[in-house]
Write a protein that binds this ligand. Sequence first.
Ligand code: BYC
Length: 323
Amino acid sequence: MTEAAGSGAEQDLESQFEATIGRDQRIEPRDWMPEGYRRTLIRQVAQHAHSEIIGMQPEGEWITRAPSLRRKAILLAKVQDEAGHGLYLYSAAETLGADRADLTERLIEGRQKYSSIFNYPTLSFADVGVIGWFVDGAAICNQVPLCRSSYGPYARAMVRICKEESFHQRQGYELLMTMMRGTDEQREMVQDAVDRWWWPSLMMFGPPDGDSPNSAQSMAWKIKRHSNDELRQRFVDMTVPQAARLGVTLPDPELRWNEERGHHDFGTPDWSELKAVISGDGPCNTERVARRRAAHEEGAWVRAAASAHAAKQAARAREEAVA
Ligand code: BYC
């Protein structure tokens, strides 16, 4: 809070910033903001953008193997939506002064994080359904409050992203419903996918509150509106009745309704697994980043062509201005 403690003018700016946050109004790109606020936002928004882009891979692997034309068209649209989400978010990061090429470099050099959830393999087409149901469901719980985040461009990007995530969640659930009405083998595929994705989905919300170094400041600045544990609980409460309706068992023997709390009690995720996955040691970290790096390198000619075209256009505009 004392970053701008220097001059009186800076203190005024800091008080104005705090007052804007206090009134629940938005901070916009041209407004003064403390360096810590800017850094925290760039960190979170960049990680979020990277997650969307890396998140295209686990489901994208199933596009060529989708069981019907209809499922292929739906999956293609979903994966393209995720690319779009990445683009809105990189643009939001740019309004904070970040350079998109630099953010990409940081991702492919392993210097910036992305969500742990995308470091697990997709072993059957049921995983596409479970990712939609759990991962997009978790994303909705986490991101709907971000529509009220204090930074304007991030909050506005979230509005559209959340609408699309809702559609993604429904398509996942509808796919699973269809599979559950199918053969025993299909039902087993769904249960197997549920067993593998449940705990990693709970880890998406981040470490427990007592072990979350960024939460207190991010909540004070109203970047985050709820703690990691609050949102995790919301997700569990939302998902349990959906699992019952679908006819699958969530793989947690401690899961039960607690009348007194008005919430479900549930077991403790393996936090050492989350730490390992975040630090690069998950089942698919190496291949995810390698794939992203290869796509970046393969796209070099597109960037070169776009820059050459832009330079040509600018030169032509200058010539026309002189003539
Ligand atoms: N995975 O102090 P904490 C999607 C890091 S994409 C990896 O609690 P914070 C979708 C954390 O960054 C969904 N890292 O942090 C896409 C921090 O490290 P640094 C992505 C994690 O920021 C395609 C450290 O651990 N969603 O929906 O206050 C298909 C300590 O954590 C994770 C977002 O990005 C993790 N799970 O809270 C389908 C949402 N958890 O930076 C779907 C926006 C924690 O200090 N982000 N870390 O080195 C957020 O809401 C918050 O950043 C988090 C973490 C709740 C994730």
